[in-house]
Write a protein that binds this ligand. Structure first.
Ligand code: NDP
Ligand code: 2IT
Length: 447
């Protein structure tokens, strides 16, 4: 590892010893940047690494709200404004009981490079709360969102910081957050993305992360003369990203055999078709039920409590689309044994470092999250443009732009990896291509 990189990494580890996810994300980036740092002493002279690993601003605030039993509840709210070198802060909000500083810092850090890869002018941010929307009534969720926004509004704005969804934050939550922001600032502006299409959202934004990941996967497969058509595919998760990943995989001719939630997973050897996917979308988006019900409804499918899909069947390709570190070394080994050769990350950092190293050693086509799932935030960027223009583009238009962006990201990763002697390494390619644009902007803008 480059000496400068090593020094900064050691400092990050020493100062954030309890933040394992954040350290995991920083280690991977600094590790792959070695050849860039070797050939550009300018970055060390400008302390670019020291500055890029520290958020420009961290906001932590109290979120008190009254639940439907008239009981006062208190949650913790966060917004990490990580880097604004190439545009206003941009990134999702996650509502999940596991949310803490380490998880939000890893997500915000990765968002810097992901947003840079999209080629759109967006800095990196992430936020959220340890609030758990699961099992809560719409009124409880609204009450929480309103309180969350009562503090957050003063720190965000269409040219300052534009939050969006992530785990536990979908169209419902964005609606309540937007409604409260609008009331407080008395302005109708594009301060959040992922809005409903009827009041300022972009067509294809709900589909974008999943569709984008499949477009990216297809680009990787093309480099080996392969395609999605006829492949068996495994997907994890059953939320926004997973649903539209499955939809696009089906439409491109794959047979998808798995999905999951935080309670367990289903394997359907007959394949999940569009009708079965519609059942899942109703189940998850409307009834907010558990994936277990899928196996009760469709004979031929089996439910595995507290398990992840990777070791339970053979597959050609896989798209982990639930959460971080959900695919470990043993999972990667099982995938390899089963003939899998392509993994594209829909979720953020779903593969452990050991799993990534193993898959790369076996010559997998491995699409890292920063590149593979960038279609979501890219389409958020397109939503921001439409809001600024006071226009809305057709679904075909947005989908074509998304497809083009994913092809460009694939090309940028490929050429950056090649330029620095790591041909075929999409992890290095994504980190380097994402970093260069941000680092050069930081140098240009001074301290
Ligand atoms: P959703 O909340 O819509 O869905 C999350 C899914 O993952 C659910 O099926 C959920 O299960 C499952 N899940 C959540 N946490 C865990 C856990 N700890 N263990 C096992 N399963 C879990 O979120 P999204 O689909 O939006 O997000 C999924 C991933 O994609 C995240 O990593 C997110 O950061 C990433 N991502 C999202 C983007 C977006 O635009 N939404 C863009 C880019 C990346 P359950 O139903 O039980 O809660
Ligand atoms: O991880 C991500 O890229 C997201 N959750 C989407 C962020 C966004 O601003 O659309």
């Amino acid at each position: 590892m480059n000496e400068y990189g090593k020094r900064v990494l050691e400092d990050v580890i020493a100062k954030n010893a309890d933040q394992s996810e954040f350290i995991q994300a920083v280690r991977e980036v600094i590790d792959t940047l070695s050849p860039v740092l070797d050939s550009n002493p300018n970055y060390e002279q400008n302390a670019i690494l020291e500055r890029i690993v520290v958020p420009e601003r961290i906001l932590i605030f109290q979120v008190p709200w009254v639940d439907s039993n008239n009981k006062v509840q208190v949650n913790k709210g966060y917004r990490i404004q990580f880097n604004s070198a190439i545009g206003p802060y941009k990134g999702g909000l996650r509502f999940h009981p596991s949310v803490n500083l380490s998880i939000l810092k890893f997500l915000g850090f990765e968002q810097i490079f992901k947003n840079s890869l999209t080629t759109l002018p967006m800095g990196g941010a992430k936020g959220g709360s340890n609030f758990d929307p699961k099992g809560k009534s719409d009124l409880d969720v609204m009450s929480f969102c309103q309180s969350f926004m009562r503090e957050l509004y003063r720190h965000i704005g269409p040219n300052i910081d534009v939050p969006a969804g992530d785990i536990g934050v979908g169209a419902r939550e964005i609606g309540y957050l937007f409604g409260q922001y609008k009331k407080i600032v008395n302005a109708y502006e594009g301060v959040l993305t992922g809005k409903n299409i009827n009041w300022g959202g972009s067509l294809i934004r709900p589909q974008a992360t999943g569709y984008g990941n499949v477009y990216f996967m297809n680009e990787m497969l093309k480099t080996r003369g392969e395609s999605i058509e006829g492949k068996t595919a495994m997907v994890s998760g059953s939320g926004n990203v997973a649903q539209y990943t499955v939809m696009k995989l089906i439409s491109m001719g794959a047979k998808v055999i798995s999905m999951s939630d935080s309670s367990g997973c289903i394997i359907d050897k007959d394949g999940i078709d569009l009708e079965k996917l519609d059942f899942i979308m109703q189940l998850k988006n409307v009834r907010r039920g558990r994936i277990r019900e899928y196996a009760e409804k469709f004979t031929g499918a089996k439910y595995f409590e507290k398990q992840r899909p990777w070791r339970l069947a053979k597959t050609d390709i896989a798209a982990p689309s639930a959460t971080q570190n959900e695919l470990d070394l043993d999972d990667a080994k099982a995938l390899f044994e089963g003939g899998c050769f392509c993994v594209s990350e829909g979720a953020n950092m779903p593969s452990t470092s050991e799993a990534v190293a193993f898959m790369q050693s076996k010559n997998f086509l491995f699409g890292p999250a920063k590149a593979a799932n960038a279609g979501g935030v890219a389409t958020s960027g397109l939503e921001m443009s439409q809001n600024s223009l006071r226009m809305s583009w057709s679904a075909e238009d947005v989908d074509a732009k998304l497809h083009g962006i994913m092809q460009n990201i694939h090309a940028a990763c490929t050429s950056a990896a090649e330029r620095f002697g790591m041909k075929g390494n999409y992890v290095a390619g994504a980190n380097i291509a994402g970093f260069l644009k941000v680092a050069d902007a930081m140098v240009d803008q001074g301290i």
